[in-house]
Design a protein around this ligand. Structure first.
Ligand SMILES: [Zn+2]
Length: 230
């Protein structure tokens, strides 16, 4: 849920809470997932396969435009790299995309005790419980979302367990009240395994959003574990 609301002023991010366990800031959605994505790739030393961090915008208006995920930019860049390696063909490009695995790095709605009725308590994210895996997003349940396969979720659970990454699962607010979209379904059209995965946010789309520092740290660790082991 990448959000850039031009009308809202950007203030400095600040520590939040009596224990300073949280960060209050503008535009966590979705900078709080973009940053650890890039940072994890830079820090990862043990890549067995080609690692990529794709940063796209305009998700909030349908991932359109030259810099949105619907553009052909990524597909074209993979083709360019294969061509420079002297190994391009349309079929090899399709196979490379089909055989890829991806974490769609995006935020989810954190449980807010002040608005408890907006969440399904057994299927929501809580601050301090780590990186969030969202098997599906969408509206009215799963409509319009990428619904990740159970096998891929199982593979990720093992990777996170093996690397001592704390994670939890969530939906985007309860059915018929919450909901939302990400870019996961667009990459899934290539046949690749994709799941939404990121940091839980309170106050989403408000001028100041709140996240947990511990969750952000675990998310970066999770992204690194994925890059090194998937
Ligand atoms: Zn959003």
């Amino acid at each position: 849920m990448s959000s850039v609301s031009e009308w809202a002023s950007a203030g400095r991010a600040r520590d939040y809470g009596i224990d300073e366990s949280m960060i209050l800031g503008y535009g966590h959605d979705d900078r709080v997932c973009a940053y650890p994505s890039f940072d994890a790739l830079v820090e990862t030393k043990k890549l067995k396969k080609t690692g990529v961090c794709i940063l796209v915008d305009k998700e909030e208006i349908g991932s359109v435009g030259a810099t949105g995920m619907h553009s052909k930019f990524f597909e074209n860049m993979v083709a360019e790299v294969m061509d420079r390696m002297g190994d391009y063909s349309e079929l090899k490009l399709r196979r490379a995309l089909y055989n890829s695995k991806m974490l769609s790095s995006d935020v989810t709605a954190a449980y807010d005790p002040n608005y408890a009725s907006a969440s399904e308590k057994k299927n929501t994210a809580y601050f301090g419980r780590g990186m969030v895996l969202m098997k599906y997003t969408g509206s009215r349940g799963k409509s319009g979302s990428n619904d990740a396969s159970a096998e891929f979720i199982g593979e990720l659970r093992k990777i996170m367990d093996d690397n001592q990454v704390h994670y939890q699962t969530s939906e985007l607010g309860k059915v018929d009240q919450g909901g939302g979209g990400t870019i996961a379904y667009i990459l899934a059209n290539y046949g690749m395994d994709v799941v939404d995965c990121g940091v839980a946010v309170q106050n989403m789309h408000a001028p100041y959003e709140v996240i947990s520092k511990a969750d952000l740290y675990e998310t970066k660790c999770g992204y690194k574990a994925f890059l090194e082991n998937a």
